[in-house]
Write a new protein. Sequence first.
Length: 165
Amino acid sequence: MSDNVGEVVLEKYRDDELADIIRARVDHGLVPGAVDEATIQHIADRAAGDARLAITKLRRAAQLADLQELDALSPGLVDDVADGAAGEVHERNVERLSTHKRLLYDIVKRHGEVSSTDLHAAYEEHISAPKSKAIRRRYLVALERYRLIEQEGATRGTRYRLVEP
């Protein structure tokens, strides 16, 4: 794969767009009347632009409602599954990482917080054919977009920290 490969950056969904996505899932996957508009809006609002998180919250809330033999989902039920949904999305994001992104993530995870200099040094120690620093920076931006790490500072003072689900 070439280092010149372009990257597509997708914006976060607006609440109304997320509500449309959720509504379509509800219409095609749940019995009529199982989810009211207030609950759809609640899921969209709490998903903060992340469609995967919104869909996971809907699915987990529907599973919990089924276990509890409830006829409908509610905002409170969605809140009850929120932490588990966030953790599930986080784990799926980690599982989908390429080798190089996964190594960068694992280094940050092992340290909890690490300077850019130490991160790059550890990366170069652990891989036989390291990607260029420019490519690594793009990978780190992707890890931030997946909400797996966060960056603080700029240039030589940059630090990376693990984001907990």
